[in-house]
Design a protein around this ligand. Structure first.
Ligand code: 6PG
Length: 246
């Protein structure tokens, strides 16, 4: 079921499996359009656990429909752990079966977080051939929603939420065991399409606050692509407190 307002589209589906398939179909549609239009597509992959099934759907059901050579995958954020660690977002992407040939990873396993952030920002600037001060314009950014309302590794009240000079920053937050490297809100909000993927009862409370409450300032509520479209792909368990609003 789709509900559209000026700022956003909310797609509510029955369960996690339907969420992954529906989101994979949307990614297929976006990537085909962008490859036709510009010869390539740039997609930022969220970390965490929710997108694992989506990446598996893309790698399996849509393997033959996605033009993998022309889709460049970037990472939204990464934990400062080895790529063999179960906490590694890159490892999660690899285990999903997604071809990693075009995945631009954040090298937190071999570099100091600030150096890893610097290298990754340089890699993105080269990919988009950016001028100084220019922001990358990703075709699609995938996001998860933390139970505290964080997105990427941008946690409530953290100074990184206000970062304007760089668009990749190293973050240390008390809420998480390891240092992180993350894209900033300014990059997320400069994307053509942003898709939140939210599943399960544990997200029902925060999803209601972010979608329905006016006076709240969770990081997720600051995601407003200035020139793009915002999509919320949610399953019924995550939507259980939204009543009939969606
Ligand atoms: C990360 C993600 C983070 C994640 C949320 C939701 O590296 O953990 O970027 O923002 O999307 O914490 O995580 P789950 O999908 O595991 O609930």
């Amino acid at each position: 079921m789709l509900r559209t307002t000026a700022a956003r589209h909310v797609v509510k589906v029955k369960d996690y499996d339907h969420l992954c398939v529906t989101a994979a179909q949307k990614i297929l549609e976006i990537s085909k359009d962008k490859i036709t239009e510009q010869g390539r597509c740039s997609v930022v992959l969220s970390g965490g656990l929710t997108p694992q099934g989506l990446y598996a759907s893309m790698a399996a059901a849509y393997r033959d429909q996605l033009d993998w050579k022309r889709i460049h995958f970037f990472m939204l954020d990464e934990r400062c752990v080895s790529t063999d660690s179960p906490r590694s977002n890159y490892k999660m992407i690899e285990l999903s079966g997604m071809p990693t040939i075009n995945v631009h990873r954040i090298k937190t396993d071999v570099e100091d977080p600030r150096k890893a952030a610097e290298l990754y920002e340089r890699e993105i600037k080269d990919f988009f051939n950016l001028e100084t001060g220019e922001l990358p314009h990703f075709d699609l950014v995938l996001l998860g929603l933390g139970e505290d309302g964080h997105v990427a590794s941008l946690f409530p009240g953290h100074p990184a939420l206000k970062e304007k000079d760089s668009f990749v920053v190293a973050v240390k937050a008390a809420k998480v065991p390891e240092k992180r490297v993350t894209l900033t809100l300014s990059v997320i909000n400069n994307a053509a399409q942003v898709i939140f993927l939210v599943s399960g009862p544990s997200k029902a409370g925060i999803l209601k606050k972010v979608l329905l409450e006016e006076r709240q300032s969770f990081p997720a509520a600051h995601v407003h692509p200035a020139h793009g479209e915002l999509w919320w792909f949610i399953d019924q368990m995550a939507a259980s407190l939204l009543r009939r609003r969606f």
